[in-house]
Design a protein around this ligand. Structure first.
Ligand code: SF4
Length: 350
């Protein structure tokens, strides 16, 4: 049965795509640089949010050399609010590498693309198939949902065994002659028709032979349960020095790597996060001891793998840090720096 379906599967997807494809700005081009930018932006980001970022990015950096020769802070500022900032940092490194080491020529083959910083199997398959017609299948949440439902495959999509099985299957199904259109068809079908909840099977071109539709059971794909996200307790210290703010550049090996934020303290749990403990920690960081907490505002902020409880603590006093790692900037300068979303929200109100 699988064999019979395999012959028709890619044709059905391509025919459907030709009639129903979404009009998206990156579909007007086969320039690998632009397709690469769109694919990196759309990792972990919905199309509705990612489209304006793509348009801004391409307007600012229409060619890879524009990106390669830009300052990292300016790229991060354009990226601000999109999250997963390592994507922008890796894009910058890759652009510099192609510009300086590859005579500004974007790699064409999957096996060369996959070696680029920040490029995984999905992006390498998307760029090589859409721009250069290489027979490589993309595999993401949308594609996995269609395949697991259509063929009724119960293996968890986040298990090693499941990933191998789905990769093998998708590379068998992908069209020989139109791999790019097949891949884009699977992306569109998964996000507009075979949706996680309430799939629109009546509009689906696969509905006659879909195993899940036959049984009217749409509980696939299966996933292994992952560990609960941990919560971090961050206390941002808002301290002015003659009307200016203390800020620092974050380390690259933590969340929001290379973005700017305020000096902060971190606690292991909510019980430790008291005014008394904040002042004790602060006294170790500062030269002077006459510090007063004026205001404390707390918010919860979710990242994919971590929950954050963030307190913004405004302090007054004659503040002088022992460490020299902090910069002192005006509010205007602060607004021009790339900062994490919760900081952006906070500073827009101060
Ligand atoms: S028929 Fe329904 S469940 Fe099957 S692939 Fe189409 S939308 Fe998904």
């Amino acid at each position: 049965m699988l064999k019979k379906k395999k012959i028709k599967f890619s044709e059905i997807i391509i025919n459907w795509y030709n009639k129903n494809k979404r009009k998206l700005p990156w579909r007007k081009t086969k320039d690998p640089y632009k397709i690469w930018v769109s694919e990196i932006i759309l990792q972990q980001t919905r199309i509705s949010q990612g489209t304006s970022y793509y348009l801004n990015f391409i307007e600012k950096y229409p060619k890879i050399e524009n990106l390669a020769t830009e300052k990292e802070d300016n790229i991060l500022k354009i990226w601000q609010g999109l999250g997963y900032y390592s994507r922008a940092i890796n894009m910058h490194k890759t652009a510099k590498f192609i510009f300086n080491e590859k005579k500004n020529i974007f790699p064409k083959k999957y096996n060369d693309l996959i070696k680029l910083k920040g490029v995984g199997p999905y992006t390498a398959a998307a760029v090589s198939s859409i721009c250069f017609k290489e027979k490589r299948a993309v595999l993401d949440g949308n594609v996995l949902r269609i395949l697991s439902r259509y063929f009724k495959i119960n293996d968890p999509i986040n298990s090693n065994f499941g990933i191998k099985k789905f990769t093998k299957l998708s590379n068998k199904l992908v069209s020989e002659s139109e791999p790019g259109n097949y891949n884009q068809g699977m992306m569109d079908l998964g996000s507009t028709i075979c949706k996680p909840k309430n799939p629109l099977c009546d509009l689906c071109p696969l509905n006659i032979s879909c195993e899940s539709k036959k049984e009217e059971k749409f509980n696939l794909p299966n996933k292994l349960k992952l560990k609960k996200n941990k919560t971090r307790y961050l206390v941002y210290l808002i301290m002015k020095h003659y009307g200016k703010y203390y800020v620092k550049k974050r380390l690259s090996n933590d969340i929001w790597g290379n973005l700017y934020d305020f000096p902060h303290i971190e606690f292991k749990n909510s019980k430790e996060n008291t005014d008394k403990n904040i002042l004790i920690k602060l006294k170790n960081m500062l030269k002077n001891k006459d510090i007063v907490i004026n205001q404390k505002v707390s918010i919860n902020y979710k990242l994919t793998h971590q929950n954050l409880n963030i307190s913004f603590v405004t302090l007054t006093g004659n503040i002088v840090f022992k460490s020299k790692k902090f910069e002192i900037v005006s509010k205007n300068k602060l607004m021009s720096l790339p900062v994490p979303k919760p900081i952006e929200n906070f500073i827009s109100n101060i």
